[in-house]
Design a protein around this ligand. Sequence first.
Ligand code: SAM
Length: 271
Amino acid sequence: MTDGANVIDQSQPSIARVYDYILGGKDNYEVDRAVGDHFKNNLPGSVAIAFTNRQALTRAVREMAEAGMTQFLDFGSGLPTADNVHQVSQAVNPDIRVVYIDNDPIVLAHGRALLATNENTTVIQADVRDSLAIREHPEVNRLIDFDKPVAVIFSAILHHLNDDENPKAVVDYWAGQIPAGSQVFISHFRSGDNAETIEAEGKLQSTFGRGRWRTDAEIIDLFGDLEIQEPGVVPAARWHLQAAETAQIGSAERELSVWEELMTAAIAIKR
Ligand code: SAM
């Protein structure tokens, strides 16, 4: 499941390319745009999920870099977009090392081009369920020293694993690989127990065979023994809003849309 001659299949939609389309990117095909347009047209407001997720991820990366994390593992990294993890983190500390991991061949293709001149950053094609292969990957071991704190990112990826694929075991594995002081960021579709949740989950399941809107308790459970930091698992749109961003996005206390409530975020620390 690691690096291989995987060909980009333009006849089937891909999660990475649909997400790219929703975020306004250009690395997508007609099949992807059809799925994206379903969300845009039939579930108005749902695109807010993608944007609030990206904004929370950016805040998390900056905070982790400012907290002294010098190495990042980003699972399900997606296609290059604005404010990529290496750009945000290396703006804080240019020596930060970043490994992007995604199973979609288009991510590898575009990532390699973007990173051609950045020795501290790499992208590998691998399946997040294949933890051992990732742990043993030469690029991971070139850039990540597992004796020093690692920032681990699961941003909008674990909800693409169904329950029988055991996303908690994935988090547990990496929590076991990193030393005390490491930080783990998770953002995740949150079940609002409402019609929006049911419809969106149904569309993703019928398109990709995956996509789970989990309850708060299920998302908290994913962190296992990691110590979740204040303010806990909360809507990504509210998570650690900085003063400057609050001015742009609106008050941290403003009422969120139904869709903004359906994406959560949190950081935990390994003790
Ligand atoms: N992390 C980015 C973010 O938060 O903006 C991208 C999130 S995007 C919604 C989900 C990404 O996870 C896609 O790029 C997809 O290809 C990747 N992905 C889905 N299932 C995966 C798996 N089993 N292994 C590795 N990557 C996966």
